[in-house]
Design a protein around this ligand. Structure first.
Ligand code: PEP
Length: 234
């Protein structure tokens, strides 16, 4: 079984999500499918499709205007939450420490955190990819994890860019993440690849060693794009 997660970002509507859930319920797949949608859609009845949020507060409750806590998203049905997406790291200055606190809040509320790690183009050009990824995993994953977590390797320069790393680069990144998780006692944690996945590259990417599934942005917004990807992933 592979894990396929759609990240709708700030797109869609409740009606569009209901349509997609109806479309997805027609297909047969062994894969775990999760749609990470805006907060306002999390209460929709989603059948066998899991819903997740795209961010969560690092705080339990209190004077944090505009933030939404893990307890609140759990209450409306979120089973998963993306933390540390590159857009949060870039536009909201989220550090590994903040990401770890968010992941911890998710775990404390029975929500599986999808922890995003990845290098910028400057870091890649400087030959720092593996060091950055390793540090991201060590510093963004909470201590003493006893429940499921998911790691998503998302090279930040490739998100929404229509380009992907080479097979070797993806394999190398996933090996470093798998080794780091193993050192932390977290063998078996699914490690997804994300950034510019589409129906033409999905099955090749999931065939790479240590790739446990996909995190998909743009191509998760329409059933016509997402369903062939889910069906191509065995
Ligand atoms: C993402 O934003 O997590 C992502 C993977 O986007 P895209 O697939 O559009 O590159």
């Amino acid at each position: 079984m592979k894990t396929i997660i759609g990240n709708w970002k700030m797109n869609g509507s409740r009606a569009k999500l209901a349509e997609m859930i109806a479309d997805l319920s027609q297909i047969e797949t062994q894969n775990r499918v999760v749609l990470c949608v805006p907060f306002t859609m999390l209460d929709i009845d989603s059948g066998t499709i899991n819903l997740g949020a795209q961010d969560v507060s690092a705080h339990k409750s209190g004077a944090y205007t505009g933030e939404v806590s893990a307890e609140m998203i759990a209450e409306v049905g979120a089973k998963y939450v993306i933390v540390g997406h590159s857009e949060r790291r870039m536009y909201h200055d989220e550090t590994n420490d903040i990401v770890r606190a968010k992941a911890q809040m998710a775990l404390e509320n029975g929500i599986t955190p999808i922890i995003c790690v990845g290098e910028t183009m400057d870091e890649k050009r400087a030959g720092k990819t593996m060091d950055v990824i390793e540090a991201c995993v060590r510093e963004s994953v909470p201590n003493d994890v006893h429940d499921d977590i998911i790691i998503a390797y998302e090279p930040r320069w490739a998100i929404g860019a229509g380009i992907t790393p080479t097979t070797q680069e993806i394999a190398d990144a996933h090996r470093v993440i798998a080794d780091t998780l193993s050192y932390m006692g977290l063998d078996g944690t699914p490690i997804l690849y994300g950034a510019s996945v589409n129906v033409s590259n999905a099955s090749d990417i999931v065939a790479i060693k240590n790739v446990g599934g996909l995190l998909i942005g743009g191509a998760s917004l329409k059933s016509a794009d997402l369903i062939p990807i889910i069906e191509s992933v065995k």
